[in-house]
Design a protein around this ligand. Structure first.
Ligand SMILES: [Zn+2]
Length: 321
């Protein structure tokens, strides 16, 4: 109830800001660059790569902020309504997007659902989900799909093509450059995929245990790893004591020597589990968002995935090629 009231309020605000947005837009010169607003880090990084210096790309999520509980503020809605292109991940990750867009003049604003056409995996079959609740389930996630699609690099390629289509439709004059930048990015993603495939082909264990929320299901599936996480699809949910105990038993019986932890989220639970089970902790990037330091250094999605590959190879005792 509380949440739906919030959506009503947000919709009204969105309608109200259209007038403001319209005024501001008329002040901009014809030569103004395409303004692109993205939600999560992978979209931001793909979009700025495609944009080159022809468009201005921003991210709604402030660096370092936990992504699953994110709700746009009035100022964010203004930013979206003033943009030429708005890119979101999918309705499972940003259930608020469709609501907000209903209140915005769509003739002017082009919208990209980056997840269109990706291969979705249902989240509900996975363990840990009995604890899962939060934004994904509360709004629009009736299908119970795993929103973390960017962690399957074939899906990431589909996302790049969707984003490219948005750029071409918004700014056809620069289409050849956008296409060239996207082609380079797709080649880098294909190369990353190949390095993962080789790097994770020969490992001491294929059991990938994660003391956080259910983030890496797509990645594990793509490279044939057996993935279990402490908690469900949303990082807002706290696991029960019973789930913690079950995870400790699982770590012990699997014989793994490392438990994976998530960046940007509190490592407290992961450390407790690892101490209890007598294993070490290795960090992985879910890449929903970027920490402040990495953001300032201009670290990219592929950089984060390269760090992940190193730690996965260490944690799963893989022979590097
Ligand atoms: Zn997540």
């Amino acid at each position: 109830m509380k949440r739906s009231m919030l959506f009503v309020v947000m919709s009204i605000m969105a309608i109200a800001v259209i007038v403001l947005a319209g005024c501001k837009r008329r002040d901009q010169g014809a030569s103004a660059k395409l303004q692109v607003v993205t939600t999560l880090f992978p979209l931001y990084d793909f979009a700025r790569t495609i944009a080159g210096d022809q468009a201005e790309v921003t991210m709604l999520l402030p660096p370092g902020m936990e992504p699953h509980g994110f709700e746009p503020k009035p100022n964010d809605i203004i930013r979206i309504s003033q943009a030429g292109l708005f890119i979101y991940t999918n309705r499972y990750m940003e259930p608020w997007a469709e609501t907000i867009l209903k209140g915005i003049d769509r003739q002017r604003l082009k919208v990209v659902d980056a997840g269109q056409g990706v291969r979705y995996v249902k989240a509900s079959a996975e363990e840990g989900l009995e604890d899962g609740h939060g934004s994904h389930d509360a709004e629009g996630n009736a299908g119970g799909m795993d929103p973390h699609i960017w962690l399957d690099f074939a899906n990431a390629g589909v996302m790049v093509n969707n984003i490219l289509a948005g750029f071409v439709a918004s700014d056809p004059a620069h289409a050849p450059m956008y296409r060239a930048n996207a082609t380079t990015l797709l080649a880098r993603l294909a190369d990353l995929d190949q390095r993962y495939r080789e790097g994770l082909s020969s490992c001491g264990t294929r059991i990938f245990l994660h003391g956080g929320h259910y983030t890496f299901g797509y990645l594990a599936r793509r490279y044939g790893l057996e993935y279990h996480s402490l908690s469900g699809i949303s990082s807002e949910s706290e696991p029960s004591a019973a789930r913690m105990a079950a995870m400790v038993r699982e770590i012990r019986s699997s014989g793994v020597r490392y438990l994976f932890a998530e960046e940007l989220l509190s490592p407290r639970l992961t450390e407790t589990l690892a101490n209890e089970a007598g294993v070490s902790v290795l960090k992985l990037y879910g890449a929903h968002n970027l920490g402040k330091d990495d953001f300032e250094r201009g670290v990219g999605f592929i950089d984060l995935m390269e760090r992940n590959l190193k730690n996965l190879q260490k944690g799963l005792a893989c022979r590097s090629k």
